[in-house]
Design a protein around this ligand. Structure first.
Ligand code: NAD
Ligand code: LIP
Length: 530
């Protein structure tokens, strides 16, 4: 039997300090702490399933896992590609505002900095019933995580505006906050970046005044690698995450000989092949420098060759496309409808926005990248119910429309209509107007992507057959935060929001030696001693 109390362990403290909850003390026969390492046994019970034309055979089996977690969060750097964008400048401004606990005036009164919308900072995990009440703990109170306040942040942009100018341009923060942040933000200027006009909208050309010169993609690769090395050395970092929050690129062709293997992608960069995108180069540079790479945009940066390279180098890659607003709601609402036995027949998702993202998406090839990532989110939920959607039937009509309307700026207006078949030939129509403050919804996800990626670098697992090793390089555990999750080859994509959250929460509690949450809660209707 062993017990440990995380809140004072190794300097790991939730941030901002959550005074709402007392520290968690785990008394568990499943776990032991030795120095900085927490080792936990976990019995993974799952069904071995065989499906044939004659039916489904289910055989429940028990698999013994052991998880090892290094309890000391690493000093972590976050390099944003697109630092001067609406999301990038909002991320940096928000960390400064939270660090200084800034308060600013708004029309509805004073507002203080927070991390609302961040799963790691503002959600809780259900542990069970204490005989009197349901008990929840902060998500970041189960295992020590990096605080967003402690992230060292820098990055690149093809535009040379300092971050004060970028904040004003973004029209995201209130003027009072912008002025308070000005002294610090105007000191931050994005590093020059790689610009290949063919990959983003032609209307972005006027912005490109901060570009690494030359035509050699190999030299561009070496420059980005040098930037990453310098950043890591300058700040004495133990973990670096490069995250793309630059403009949406067009899709790249997946071609044999171009990007199908690690060797091919390296050779294609060396040969400066046209089809190699800026985001391909950032991903390869990150991997070669031992940094993890996350794609917050919808383009297919993570081609097979880049995934193979990441696997060879033992670094994480993740993507695609932050799941921040209209699609995030859809990933919960469609799950609700299908789980209710109602059949979505038509889903029309229209939105207009007026920020630079919207301007870039106003061109067909960039919109197509976004249309793909927004359209695939219902696939797993539709496939889950053959009563509603028999084999061979098509899923709901699903239409995506995005328009660029400058006046609304970053305050995207999403309008959705869901029509579902209901009992006895009836129809239910849900009409939703959803004002998505795009960067205020996306920035918290950028923190979460970085914080969870760093956490997963500190966890290894062993099974009855194999010794301790790290998770697969394709970090599908990040799917809660992404519209079109990139997953290890041959594994399914899951988009249902609450299932994604539950998977993360169950992994954290398993690693902490805590019994996984069990919605069954037998103790409420049996004689089980609570
Ligand atoms: N809610 C959201 O804001 C949301 C949700 C999902 C996905 N996204 C995606 O996140 C990305 C950023 O969104 P945003 O609102 O911050 O857009 P933005 O246009 O304000 O910022 C993008 C920044 O990237 C820069 N840039 C373009 N190409 C670059 C390159 N090769 N290297 C470095 N910088 C480059 C631009 O100059 C710009 O400053 C977009 O791809 C968008 O589709 C945003
Ligand atoms: O995340 P979400 O609100 O479903 O989708 C959004 C798009 O519809 C929109 O064009 C833009 O705001 C963001 O890039 C985001 O991707």
């Amino acid at each position: 039997m062993s017990f440990f109390n995380f809140s004072n362990l190794l300097g790991a403290t939730p941030s901002p300090p959550t005074t709402a909850y007392p520290p968690l003390k785990v008394v568990s026969p499943l776990a032991t702490v030795t120095g900085q390492t927490l080792e936990a046994a976990f019995e993974y019970r799952r069904n071995t399933i065989t499906t044939t034309a004659n039916g489904i055979t289910v055989e429940p089996k028990r698999h013994q896992y052991r998880f090892k977690t290094n309890l000391k969060p690493k000093k972590t750097g976050l390099l944003l590609v697109g630092l001067g964008g609406n999301n990038g400048s909002t991320v940096v401004g928000a960390t400064l505002a939270n660090k200084e606990a800034l308060t600013w005036q708004t029309r509805t009164g004073p507002q203080t900095a927070n991390y609302l919308g961040s799963v790691t900072q503002s959600t809780t995990v259900h542990l069970g019933w204490d005989g009197k009440q349901q008990v929840y703990v902060p998500f970041n109170g189960i295992l020590p995580m990096v605080s967003p306040n402690d992230l060292v942040i820098d990055g690149w942009d093809i535009n040379n505006a300092n971050l004060y100018e970028a904040m004003v341009r973004a029209r995201v923060f209130q003027p009072d906050l912008i002025q308070q942040l000005k002294p610090a933000m105007e000191q931050i200027v994005p590093k020059p970046s790689i610009y290949y006009p063919d990959f983003i909208a032609s209307n972005q050309g006027a912005r490109a005044n901060n570009v690494i010169p030359g035509e050699s993609k190999q030299e561009h690769l070496e420059r980005i690698r040098s930037d990453i090395r310098e950043f890591k050395q300058k700040h004495d970092l133990e973990c670096v995450i490069v995250l793309w929050t630059a403009n949406t690129e067009r899709y790249t062709d997946i071609q044999a000989g171009l990007n199908g293997t690690a060797e091919e992608i390296l050779a294609s960069i060396a040969a400066s092949k046209d089809e190699i995108s800026p985001s391909n180069i950032f991903a390869v540079a990150s991997i070669l420098e031992g940094a993890h790479y996350i794609n917050g945009s919808p383009q297919n940066t993570l081609v097979p060759g880049i995934v193979e390279l990441a696997t060879q180098h033992g670094v994480f890659v993740g993507g695609d496309d932050f799941k921040s607003g209209q699609t995030k709601l859809k990933s919960a609402l469609v799950d609700f409808l299908v789980t209710s036995g109602l059949k979505p027949e038509s889903i029309v998702s229209y939105n207009h926005l007026g920020n630079n993202d919207g301007k870039n998406l106003s061109e067909a090839r960039q919109f197509r990248s976004k249309e793909i990532s927004k359209s695939s989110v219902v696939d797993d939920m539709v496939a889950s119910n053959k009563i509603l959607y028999p084999e061979g039937s098509h899923g709901p009509d699903h239409c995506i429309v995005i328009k660029y309307v400058p006046f609304v700026g970053d305050s995207k207006r999403a309008m959705d209509e869901y029509i579902s078949s209901i009992f006895m030939g009836g129809h239910q129509t849900l009409a939703i107007h959803n004002t998505c403050e795009d960067s205020l919804l996306a920035a918290p996800l950028i923190f979460d992507l970085a914080i969870l990626t760093e956490l997963f670098t500190r966890i290894t697992y062993a099974t009855e057959e194999n010794g301790f090793t790290g998770f697969h390089s394709v970090l599908s555990l990040l799917s809660l935060l992404l519209k079109a999750p990139v997953v290890p080859e041959g594994t399914p994509v899951g988009n249902a929001f609450m299932r994604q959250f539950g998977a993360l929460a169950k992994l954290l509690t398993a690693c902490a030696g805590i019994a996984s949450d069990n919605e069954l809660q037998l103790e409420f209707f049996t004689k089980l001693n609570a």
